[in-house]
Design a protein around this ligand. Sequence first.
Ligand code: SR1
Ligand code: MG
Length: 395
Amino acid sequence: MKEYKALTEISAIQYCENLGFFHTGGKLKCVEIGDGNLNLVFRILDESENRSVIVKQALPYARIVGDVMPLTLDRARIEADALRIQGKYCNDMVPEVYHFDKDLAVTVMEDLREYEVMRKGLIQSTIYPKFAQDIALFLARTLFYTSDFCMLEDTKKKLVAQFINPELCKITEDLVFTEPYFDVPNNHYDIEIIETVMELRQDADLLREVFGLKYKFMTEAQALVHGDLHTGSIMVRQDRLKVFDPEFSFYGPMGFDIGAIIANLLLSYAAHRYEENQDLFLEWILSSIAKLWLHFEVEFRVLFQSCHNKKFSEFLHIENDILTALLRDSLGFAGCKMIRRVIGLAHVADLDQILNKTIKNKAEILSLHIGRDLIKQRGSIQGMDGLVSLVKLEQ
Ligand code: SR1
Ligand code: MG
């Protein structure tokens, strides 16, 4: 067993050389490019051959706050295992894992140099025409194939055990479902929006619904979810995407991943809503949410009908009930995820980088209002058309 040590740009190069990833004698360059909240991410490039890999290492604490927040290294194992499973069902939609090292919590994986982080593209109002269709396929396949709708009972339960991820789930339980609704030191937000924050905290009906969603998150082991599927966990090009960073993976409610995508698209919508000349982009965001669900539903029904594990599909039209409940859950989780990104510890750049304070605060308040309404009205929202109308009506 090797002793854990955080890599540096120099030792990351040596690490790859020892593994024989590059031809000896090649001149290797290494840059630490991690911009997430938790890990180190190195890009190692052999310029002469124009070949590169990513070396990702979990730190024994959360990078965003430092060693006051210790964090399990086991998340690196969870991530590597999840990438392999997702790759099995969605070949080419996740980075390929070349090597995993449990002792150092290091994964060496495919570099996606020709892709960009989706959140950065959205901040520039970039439209991705294929996004909705592609992410719907990723969601339908990864969620369906790892669920009881498809897996044999014992296989699925073994996977539930393999993906027990208590520390990272606890982060979500605290940061998404609890802290935003209480006055705790982790939270931060502009004083200008305090009135809206207080309104949410005093809304007993809202708190009851959020608790119900938290309980679902904690208890419903429906499928192997990515667990943190925001637009910073997706790399995109105009014609395709790759989903990465599934260290929060665990067996949870399917709607948690779908809701994460909806939330992050709507946060981008809110961030651009008060900017000039954004009509086309705003329409694209809303139509993408509608399309996502449409494609998801079609693919999910096909998988459900063709599934070899017939114990559920024997019941006529049970998929209608499943999809209705799933849409409701997805909207509720989306709402929670919007609210946490405005009030809680970890914000999103879409809102944080808005320079005009008045516009920033209007966009934040809009996000809070949409989030609240998704949570409270999710049972009566009529499909994605209903969601689009609700969003457009918000001022
Ligand atoms: C302490 S970690 C903060 C956030 O970063 C991750 O991306 C998750 O969203 C988590 O909640
Ligand atoms: Mg992440």
